[in-house]
Ligand binder design. Sequence first.
Ligand code: FES
Length: 199
Amino acid sequence: MSTETSTPRDEQKQERSAAAHNKVMLTRRQFLLYSGSTAVAASTISISLFPGSAQAAQARVVSYPRKFIARLSELKDNVPVDFNYPDELANSSAMIVKMGGVQAGGGIGPKRDVVAFNYICTHQGGPLQGSYVAEGPHRILGQCPLHLSTYDLRRHGIVVSGQAYESLPQVLLELDGDDIYAVGMMGLIFGRHKNLLES
Ligand code: FES
């Protein structure tokens, strides 16, 4: 049976490897904000894949617009406020709602209960406006008027029932003092091949 001992040389190698790994990693937030093939604002960065070598990759990073949506202090419990994001084009209608203290994935605010979602059903594009339901601990968007899909707003808009099989796209929010900004999206808007059409 062999006993493993690590030498200073091994430790140095491990450190170098970890540093190299970190260099090519995007944080989850960066990934969410920048994922996609095109953008409203795009820039090019160099990512060193193999530090110490001449090899480097050019990565085109893209970003969603940062758009003011609402003031936290003005949101009323379980009363959705409509807006458009990431643009004013087809299927960009969305809603923000403060879910009365019910914490949600991606929620902001002191109780993590403020979330925003696109309004277009991911199945065949049914309109979900006016379908918000707050019942006990449940916070649902739906039923979709076309084929009855419902989405759980506490859990990143996953499908609860009906014909849809993809989660409702969630609008990523940031809180700056009392001001709420939309800064990105998770999930593809129905009817689009990319979320950011103006690019
Ligand atoms: S379009 Fe919404 S369930 Fe079919």
